[in-house]
Design a protein around this ligand. Structure first.
Ligand SMILES: Nc1ncnc2c1ncn2[C@@H]1O[C@H](COP(=O)(O)OP(=O)(O)OP(=O)(O)O)[C@@H](O)[C@H]1O
Ligand SMILES: [Mg+2]
Length: 252
């Protein structure tokens, strides 16, 4: 097992609310880990801590064995932590393709390119990014939307575009925060296929989802979180059959 992400004894509180309580977590290359738990459990906060939106009070975070907890958000994105946002943050007055082109990704850096190779190299890098964006849209069956304004598209497609933008970053770790919320029909199947393919290509994937059947379909392993604490780590079936969890979450 090749470990991509390691989180050790991670702690974070907002006043009286503990959002991360001594969290230990690892995700391996090629794995799709499910992260489930009730509203307010700290799932999004954990993504915020890993991706660098939030600073932990204590604890360590490693990506491919390198400590990243002192790196800023944009550095972590460049190191290959790609994430979606629970409340989609698309640029609504921009076209679909431009939404993809603003995504943080491994980019050689315009100024260095320009100094070394001139404007031609910058244009070549732009063209490459555009080709990559079109390839991702095509893979999701959205190539025809490239020049549309985001606001003109139905919600399910907007959700796919949020995922497409995240895929512009093809680094080792992919964090998906409720990719299925509000999605049905064809988009649902597309998201499932894409997530499977990303893991099969060797990325480590973590999915937060309230849709348990989605987690069951995709994840061989899942963790259950409540009040900032990871209470159980096992197969989805093990989690569902745990009496503590059924009371806390499944409401039985
Ligand atoms: N920046 C912040 N400042 C203060 N409190 C916060 C902040 N971010 C999150 N919280 C609080 O921390 C708790 C955990 O929130 P979080 O969004 O991580 O939960 P979640 O598990 O993602 O829930 P949901 O399933 O509803 O998305 C909540 O009580 C929330 O109100
Ligand atoms: Mg959340």
């Amino acid at each position: 097992m090749t470990e991509v992400l390691r989180v050790e004894r991670l702690n974070k509180r907002f006043g009286g609310i503990v959002v991360s309580d001594n969290v230990d977590l690892t995700i391996a290359r090629g794995e799709i880990l499910g992260l489930i738990g009730p509203n307010g459990a700290g799932k999004t906060s954990l993504f915020n801590l890993i991706s660098g939106v939030l600073r932990p009070d204590s604890g360590r975070i490693f990506l491919n064995g390198e400590p990243i907890d002192r790196s800023k958000l944009f550095r972590r994105a460049r190191m290959g932590i790609a994430r979606t946002w629970q409340h989609m943050l698309l640029f609504r007055t921009m076209t679909v393709i431009d939404n993809l082109l603003v995504a943080p990704r491994a980019y050689p850096g315009e100024s260095i390119l320009r100094v070394t190779f001139g404007l031609g190299a910058v244009r070549a890098a732009d063209r490459q990014a555009r080709d990559r964006a079109m390839a991702i849209l095509t893979r999701m069956g959205l190539e025809h939307t490239a020049e549309s304004m985001v606001t003109d598209l139905p919600f399910g497609q907007q959700k796919l575009i949020g995922l497409a933008r995240t895929l512009m970053n093809d680094g080792p770790l992919l964090l998906l925060d409720e990719p299925m919320a509000g999605v049905e029909g064809a988009a649902y199947e597309t998201i499932k296929t894409v997530v499977r393919e990303e893991a099969a290509s060797g990325r480590a994937v973590c999915v937060v989802e309230h849709n348990v059947s989605f987690i069951r379909d995709l994840c061989s392993r899942a963790v259950f979180m409540a009040n900032g604490k990871i209470l159980q780590d096992g197969t989805v079936e093990e989690l569902i059959s745990s009496s503590v969890l059924t009371e806390l979450y499944f409401g039985v």
